[in-house]
Design a protein around this ligand. Structure first.
Ligand SMILES: [Zn+2]
Length: 355
């Protein structure tokens, strides 16, 4: 089908490192009756026309009328069930949790990504004001827990926007998260992305801010090996995978759900010791996935891919924090928002699929 070929090309185009990290972002296309959306836990770059999950839009719409349970876990469970029942037979995978949000926009194509260029604005203290000035026709959404809650809030905002303007927003910026771009043609998706990226790049340039991460050269191999051994010993796990990089200014707080999922909210800073790691784990409720010491940054996980992604997201977070400086500085997620992600089953499923 032509629209599936088109959304596949768009997914590859906007699935590069400039737009997403790991399994971040999602894309969809639709007709009157069916929504095809990226399966949860896959990457944009790896999509083919037959990997999209086909969803019955009428069945999915039942979500919009249910009285949701108050308890987040029960609410997400119910949403999961409704979404699963809306998936057409023989369709692979589990739909992205953001599928209802894609369905709520009437444009044929939706391309949602998390570019650091954009998140420099969405994660900044003055992000909302800057967004209004640079993208006056865009819809800005303050931070909301992802999943059903986010979808319903955005639906409400889209309706309000349509009432005011007579059309739907083509650009939706989500605080500490990313951007939704929607249009009826692939050309318009490309034009809108070019507008967003070029406008923001021009702002960074005006402020003489380089959009690359300054990273010191890697330390010698012998020191690196010794450091990795020290990490494995302190974490009491000989089989840990470790990805390494020269030093950069790491971010020390939760920037977006994706950063939390892949790299955790806080890094461990200083030479690792058994006691230090125990104290960190007690304080945060998890072992660190990013460690910083001896002029290096380490991504740590029990799989090679997990270690690579932890480091990749740590770099992305550092980049965002750097860019956010020109918009009033970084605005980390609140404690409540952070705790929601830490306890979110859907996200851990996504990570499991990808790692
Ligand atoms: Zn997202």
């Amino acid at each position: 089908m032509e629209i599936l070929d088109i959304i596949t090309s768009l997914s590859h185009e906007f699935g590069t490192g400039d737009y997403v990290c790991g399994g971040g972002g999602n894309t969809s296309c639709k007709n009157e009756t069916t929504l095809w959306v990226k399966p949860s836990g896959t990457t944009l770059i790896g999509l083919t026309p037959d990997t999209f999950v086909a969803i019955d839009r009428t069945k999915l719409a039942e979500l919009y009328d249910i009285e949701p349970p108050e308890v987040p876990a029960e609410r997400e469970q119910l949403v999961k069930e409704v979404m699963a029942s809306a998936i057409l037979p023989e369709s692979p995978g589990r739909a992205s949790v953001e599928a209802p949000l894609h369905d709520s926009l009437s444009a044929r194509y939706v391309v949602h990504t998390h570019p650091y260029i954009v998140n420099g604005m969405t994660s900044a203290k003055e992000g909302k004001t800057v967004c209004k000035k640079l993208f006056p026709s865009a819809l800005w959404i303050d931070y909301i827990d992802p999943g059903y809650t986010l979808c319903m809030e955005v639906r409400k905002e889209i309706v309000r926007y349509r009432e005011c303007n007579g059309f739907e927003p083509k650009l939706i910026f989500l605080k500490n998260h990313g951007v939704f771009v929607s249009a009826d043609t692939p050309e318009e998706i490309r034009e809108l992305y070019a507008l967003v990226m070029n406008t923001l790049r021009a702002e960074y340039k005006k402020a003489a801010l380089e959009t690359v991460l300054e990273c010191s050269p890697p330390v010698d191999q012998a020191s690196l090996s010794a450091d990795c051994t020290a990490i494995r010993q302190a974490m009491k796990d000989d089989s840990l995978f470790i990805a390494t990089s020269g030093a950069f200014e790491v971010s020390c707080g939760p920037i977006s759900p994706d950063h939390m999922v892949y790299a955790k909210a806080y890094p461990y800073i200083g030479a690792p010791t058994v006691e230090g790691l125990r104290a960190f784990t007690e304080e945060h409720g998890y072992a660190p996935q990013v460690l910083v010491f001896n002029q290096s940054v380490f991504g740590v996980a029990d799989t090679e891919k997990g270690a690579y992604l932890a480091l990749l997201l740590a770099k992305d977070a550092a980049m965002i924090e750097k860019l956010a400086k020109i918009f009033g500085g970084i605005d980390y997620m609140s404690d409540g928002a952070r705790e929601f992600i830490q306890n979110w089953e859907v996200e851990s499923y996504r990570k499991k699929q990808l790692a």
